[in-house]
Design a protein around this ligand. Structure first.
Ligand code: SF4
Length: 435
């Protein structure tokens, strides 16, 4: 009970999609808790339900629509329930309001403040006391440094929903990262739809390398990552910053999307295969043992078997640590939606599976090299009785131990490796780099 004698209001937050949505949801949860809300385990028990949505593929959009439909009955039974939708599902707001009249608020992607304004409205049911008691933060936390994107990739719905790039000033980013570290975070991932283009829209045009330098100075922060990069925007200055700043992890997410020049041109990616290959060579020369991850879309409009084979061969040649592969999904409103989506679904799935099988082999071989070695693992949580954490190169490692390792750096000897994770035995605490 609060001072008004009524129970505190509660929120239920449903999040799907990318790390940007996860970061927005964390900021929203912090804001709601500061307003006096508490988390509810289920939508049925909450006073405020927020759906933080994704439409990057049709399957994600279908989930959102399913969730919205299931909440219609709840809202009818409990008209006082506040229902808000944010994230990339929110495009044409008047149309959405017509289609889903029972939703109280459609907020633009990342517009956390609009949801907080809705949550601040007094209701007849309760009266909340603001609190500054924020809960601990995850060991590995996200900080958005820019939203939106100025590229024009022809398949991409995200830039249509999130608009042009807007970067946050460096001092604001540092303040948020420092607050997370004060609450227990030891690793910060800096997020942007195109993180490499950070700052081009700000006075003086600061760069991502400048952000890395500034965040690097936060005491108590041990690791820094950033994503997602764009091959046409990754500068030498950035590669040098990753190579020279000890807290910045040897881990780069660099989507290639296709290994065929004609497909890349039609995707509007602004680089060709030779340029991408050259960039990978320069990164690997400057940052030894770096882990590279990539994204690939198979079955893009008009992709022939030969063009798919070009992608397959490039992946075989460059041997990524991780490949996120997706079958092309037509997104209405994008330039590519005007072209025939002519690769049959079964053929898209065959190509997706072929890439998955290849990557399983490649990642298995790369990880097997760590067998018997000692690696530094930042432990994030306990999962099914084992401690779970990541190496600097973003490899998932599990180990069993009775001590409390959450938020600590463990030195782990690897005893088993697979393509997606590893097992090990803890050998002690690793030395912390905090300079
Ligand atoms: S770089 Fe391309 S795919 Fe990525 S958000 Fe921008 S437009 Fe979309």
């Amino acid at each position: 009970m609060n001072q008004c004698g009524s129970p505190p209001r509660t929120y239920y937050l449903w999040t799907i999609g990318c790390q940007m949505n996860e970061a927005d949801s964390r900021r929203l949860a912090d804001g709601l808790i500061a307003l006096g809300y508490g988390p509810a385990p289920r939508a049925e028990q909450a006073d405020l339900v927020v759906l933080n949505t994704c439409v990057v593929r049709q399957s994600a959009e279908d989930k959102v629509i399913g969730r919205l439909s299931s909440l219609k009955g709840l809202k009818r039974r409990r008209p006082d329930l506040l229902l808000a939708v944010m994230g990339c599902f929110v495009g044409d707001i008047p149309r959405l309001q017509q289609q889903y009249p029972y939703v109280d608020l459609f907020a633009a992607p990342s517009d956390v403040d609009a949801v907080l304004a809705l949550a601040s409205q007094p209701t007849s049911r309760s009266c909340n006391q603001p609190t500054t008691q924020l809960p601990g933060s995850p060991v590995a936390a996200y900080v958005p440094i820019s939203t939106g994107c100025d590229h024009r990739c022809t398949y991409c719905i995200v830039r249509l929903r999130r608009g042009p790039q807007r970067s946050r000033p460096i001092d604001e980013i540092v303040a948020e990262a420092r607050a997370l570290v004060d609450r227990g975070a030891r690793e910060i991932t800096l997020l942007g739809q195109n993180v490499d283009a950070y700052g081009r829209d700000l006075p003086g045009q600061p760069t991502l390398a400048d952000v890395l330098q500034a965040v690097h100075q936060i005491e108590g922060l041990w690791r820094i990552r950033f994503l997602t990069s764009h091959p046409a925007d990754m500068s030498e200055e950035l590669i040098e910053a990753v190579a020279s700043l000890p807290k910045v992890c040897e881990h780069i997410e660099l989507p290639v999307q296709s290994g065929d020049d004609e497909i890349l041109r039609r995707m509007g990616r602004r680089y060709n295969v030779a340029q991408y290959r050259d960039l990978v060579t320069r990164i690997r020369a400057a940052i030894p043992h770096t882990a590279l991850a990539t994204d690939v879309i198979v079955g893009f409009c008009g992709e022939s078997e030969a063009q798919f084979q070009n992608t397959y061969r490039l992946l075989e040649e460059l041997r990524f640590d991780m490949v996120h592969v997706a079958a092309y999904s037509l997104r209405p409103g994008t330039p590519a939606a005007r072209w025939p989506d002519d690769v049959p679904a079964a053929e898209k799935e065959r190509r997706r599976q072929a890439v998955d099988d290849l990557q399983q082999r490649v990642a298995g071989e790369i990880n097997a090299r760590l067998l018997g070695q000692r690696v530094e693992v930042l432990v994030e949580d306990l999962h099914k009785g084992k401690w779970r954490g990541r190496t600097r190169t973003n490899k998932l490692v599990f180990f069993a131990d009775d001590a409390d390792w959450r938020g600590k750096l463990a030195l782990v000897e690897i005893t088993w490796t697979g393509p997606w994770s590893m097992l090990g035995q803890v050998r002690g605490e690793a030395e912390v780099t905090d300079s």
